[in-house]
Design a protein around this ligand. Structure first.
Ligand SMILES: NC(=O)c1ccc[n+]([C@@H]2O[C@H](COP(=O)([O-])OP(=O)(O)OC[C@H]3O[C@@H](n4cnc5c(N)ncnc54)[C@H](OP(=O)(O)O)[C@@H]3O)[C@@H](O)[C@H]2O)c1
Length: 330
């Protein structure tokens, strides 16, 4: 049952980013369940995305302009806020440690959802040493130390979408680490394509954040390991072929070869090295759990593999070549 949280005032960081935009859409869709919705964004974003910002204001979102590195501006933004949700990009993940300390001192803030929305960074003993996990692990450590905040980590696994680095994309500059290319009808699968993987569509990420907000007791001080569906690379390929009515050319990269490519990427300071590591973690089953937590937060009504493949086909067909430059990789 959905719990009404009429008095809960929300503040979202990273609101116009790749995943933040989906989270904000779902918050707005569900605004009757909350007190108010505010976003903290930079003056640069307000200028560059002026139309979007106007649209948000028209939807009742309070827009706070500031610098994420300025403690006074962040503290002022926390006034009257009950819950902070961060969807900040990987390049500023560590800033959240300062916000956590500031939020802990702010009298109204009670809950903090850090920017996670990905791989389970405490999946197993190896997770502590994975390079892409390091900043997020420090954020988790800060949340465990503070006294006045509850936290929730929304762990979704890879996104089921075509944009880089998510799983249903072409990844043209490094297809050997896994690729589904709608334009060339080719796929590169890791291993023999049978290792399971759990994926979440961006829209479901937003939905799951809302559900976690509406179920505070079961979400308190824990990772919620959620997803849209569990599948395999072979099943994904079959779905692309089914929807397009064509047989694709398929190549395979072995697990050993993927590890070798990953090592080379780090040694050569390849800008996409973190993606090589994430692909290896995902391909080896690092997104699988005995049981997912969707049911705890009434989050079972999720999109399907067919929905995700349909969206990926549409994105790959309609995007210009620019969309396939590896401009965004983390
Ligand atoms: N599971 C997956 O497959 C997957 C894929 C990608 C990302 N992720 C995770 O999702 C989370 C969000 O990533 P994202 O790709 O959505 O982020 P993003 O689009 O790169 O950035 C999100 C927002 O962060 C803010 N931001 C970024 N750089 C900034 C800077 N230098 N100074 C101030 N603000 C800055 C901006 O906020 P404003 O909008 O307010 O300007 C930006 O829109 C991360 O934790 C990431 O690891 C997961």
């Amino acid at each position: 049952m959905t719990e009404r949280r009429d008095n809960e005032n929300l503040l979202l960081f990273g609101a116009t980013g790749s995943i933040g935009a989906f989270i904000l859409d779902k918050l707005i869709e569900n605004k009757k369940h909350f007190g108010s919705i505010a976003i903290f964004t930079s003056p640069g974003t307000i200028e560059k995305k002026a139309d979007k910002i106007q649209q948000l204001k028209a939807n009742g979102v309070k827009v706070i302009s500031g610098d994420v590195r300025n403690p006074n501006e962040v503290t002022n933004a926390f006034e009257g806020i009950d819950t902070v949700i961060s969807a900040i990009g990987r390049n500023v993940i560590a800033e959240q440690i300062n916000w956590i300390h500031l939020a802990d001192q702010a009298s109204s803030v009670k809950r903090f959802f850090p920017s996670e929305f990905g791989t389970d960074i405490e999946y197993g003993p190896e997770s502590a040493h994975e390079i892409p996990n390091q900043q997020k692990l420090k954020v988790r450590a800060a949340l465990k130390q503070v006294k006045n905040l509850h936290y929730t980590y929304i762990v979704t696994g890879p996104y089921a979408q075509a944009e880089i680095p998510a799983f249903l994309g072409a990844l043209p500059s490094a297809p050997e680490i896994g690729s589904f290319n709608v334009m060339t009808k080719t796929a590169v699968l890791i291993g023999d394509g049978t290792v399971k993987i759990s994926l979440t569509t961006p829209s479901d990420v937003g939905k799951l954040v809302v559900q976690a907000l509406l179920h505070p007791d079961v979400s308190r001080n824990r990772a919620l390991k959620v997803n849209s569906f569990t599948t395999t690379p072979n099943e994904i390929l079959n779905e692309f072929e089914k929807q397009l009515g064509e047989t694709w050319t398929v190549k395979y990269t072995s697990f050993d070869e993927l590890r070798r490519l990953e090592t080379n990427a780090w040694n050569n300071k390849h800008p996409m090295a973190p993606i090589f590591t994430l692909r290896r973690i995902w391909s080896e089953g690092g997104t699988l759990y005995d049981k997912r937590d969707n049911a705890l937060i009434n989050g079972e009504d999720m999109e399907t593999l067919a929905d995700a493949v349909k969206a990926a086909i549409s994105t790959q067909k309609s995007d210009s070549q620019d969309a396939y430059k590896d401009r965004k990789f983390m």
